[in-house]
Design a protein around this ligand. Structure first.
Ligand code: PBG
Length: 327
C-alpha cells in the first residue's frame, strides 16, 4: 500500500538519517585539478574569466600542486602557455618546453602527486587550431605525428598519464604506439573521447590563449546534438588502448556520462569545463545563487550520473567544503 504507509519524508527528517541514506558521495579523491603553467618566476596571476584560478610560473605551480595534494586531491592536469607559437606548434614537443619542465619539477618535488598532461596543439599554434593546417583545413594524419612527439616528450619528462584533447581520428592508437615504441609502456592514457564543440570552453580560451584565429572546431569536435556518435568515439578509443575515457563538457552531457558508464567497463572521467565553472562564479557574484551549494550540487550530479573521475576548477574549494562536512 502506498500512502499513508509509505512516507518518504521519514528518511529526510534530520541530518543523521539523510547522511545514512545518501546514495552519492563526492570526495577530493575523485578530483583532477587543472593548472595553467606560464614562464617566469613568482607569477601567480588570476585568470579574469575564471575567478580563483591562476596563471602560475613553475615555482608557484609546485606550491599550488603541493597545497591541492595536501587537501587530498590526487592528480593535476597541466596546460602550458608557451613563449612563442608557430604553424606546427613546435614548442609543444620541445624537451625543455613549458609543460615538460613543469612535469620534471612536479615529479621531483612531489613524487607521489599524479601528473597528467593535456596533449593538444591549440595552445602552441599561431592559428589556434588543435592540428596543423594543410590547404586551409586541419590535417588529421599530419597532426597525429606531432601529437605523438608531444606525448613522447611528456613521457620522457616523467608524466604519469597523457590526455589527448585534439579529437583527431586515430590519435589514441598513434599515441599508444609512440609511447610503447619509446619504452613508455607504463605511461597511462586518458582520452577526451567524447569531446563536443561547445560554447562552454569560452573562459578557458582566455586562460590558455587558444582561440582559433579563423573558423571553429566543428570539423574535429563533436556536434552537441549527437549521442550515438559519442558511443562510437568511446568504443574506438577503448579499442585503440585508452585506459580512461572522458566526456566533455559534463553538465550539458550527463546523459552521455551515464550511457558511457553503463556500456563500457573502463573508468569514466567527466570534465566540468571552464564555462560551467565560471557560470556558477558569475551567478554567485551577482547574488543569484549560493555559490558553494551550487558547486556541490554540480559535482554531486556529475558523480551521480556515473563519473568515476571529475576534472574540475572547483577542486580545491570543494575539498575545503567537504572537509567542513559538505553541504
Ligand atoms: C584543448 C582543450 C580545451 C579544453 C581542454 N583542452 C579547449 C578547446 O578544445 O577549445 C577546454 C577546457 C575548459 O573549457 O575548461 N584542446
Amino acid at each position: 500500500m502506498a500512502f499513508p504507509l509509505n512516507r518518504l519524508r521519514r528518511l529526510r527528517e534530520n541530518a543523521g538519517i539523510r547522511s545514512l541514506v545518501r546514495e552519492t558521495l563526492v570526495s577530493p579523491q575523485d578530483f583532477i585539478y587543472p593548472l595553467f603553467v606560464v614562464r617566469g618566476r613568482r607569477v601567480r596571476r588570476e585568470i579574469a574569466s575564471m575567478p580563483g584560478n591562476f596563471h602560475l610560473s613553475m615555482d608557484e605551480l609546485v606550491r599550488e600542486a603541493e597545497a591541492s595534494y595536501a587537501q587530498g586531491i590526487p592528480a593535476v592536469l597541466l596546460f602550458g602557455l608557451p613563449g612563442k607559437k608557430d604553424a606546427e606548434g613546435s614548442e609543444s614537443f620541445k624537451r625543455r618546453g613549458i609543460v615538460q619542465q613543469a612535469v620534471r619539477a612536479l615529479k621531483k618535488e612531489l613524487p607521489d602527486l599524479y601528473v597528467i598532461t593535456d596533449v593538444c596543439l591549440c595552445e602552441y599554434t599561431d592559428h589556434g587550431h588543435c592540428g596543423v593546417i594543410k590547404d586551409g583545413r586541419v590535417d588529421n594524419d599530419l597532426t597525429l605525428r606531432l601529437l605523438a612527439r608531444q606525448a613522447l616528450s611528456h613521457a620522457e619528462a616523467g608524466v604519469d598519464m597523457v590526455a589527448p584533447s585534439d579529437m583527431m581520428d586515430g590519435r589514441v592508437a598513434a599515441l599508444r604506439s609512440a609511447l610503447d615504441d619509446g619504452g613508455y609502456t607504463r605511461t597511462a592514457l586518458m582520452s577526451y573521447a567524447a569531446k563536443y564543440s561547445s560554447a562552454f570552453y569560452g573562459p578557458f580560451r582566455e586562460a590558455a590563449d587558444s582561440a582559433p584565429a579563423f573558423g571553429d572546431r566543428r570539423t574535429y569536435q563533436m556536434d552537441p546534438a549527437n549521442a550515438r556518435e559519442a558511443l562510437r568515439e568511446v568504443a574506438l578509443d577503448v579499442e585503440e588502448g585508452a585506459d580512461v575515457v572522458m566526456v566533455k563538457p559534463a553538465l550539458a552531457y550527463l546523459d552521455l556520462v551515464r550511457r558511457v558508464r553503463e556500456r563500457f567497463d573502463v573508468p569514466v572521467a567527466a570534465y566540468n569545463v571552464s564555462g560551467e565553472f565560471s557560470m556558477v562564479k558569475a551567478a554567485e557574484r551577482l547574488g543569484w545563487v549560493d555559490g558553494k551549494r551550487a558547486m556541490m550540487e554540480v559535482l554531486t550530479s556529475i558523480k551521480r550520473a556515473g563519473a568515476d573521475i571529475i576534472i574540475t576548477y572547483h577542486a580545491r574549494e570543494a575539498a575545503e567544503c567537504l572537509k567542513e562536512g559538505g553541504l
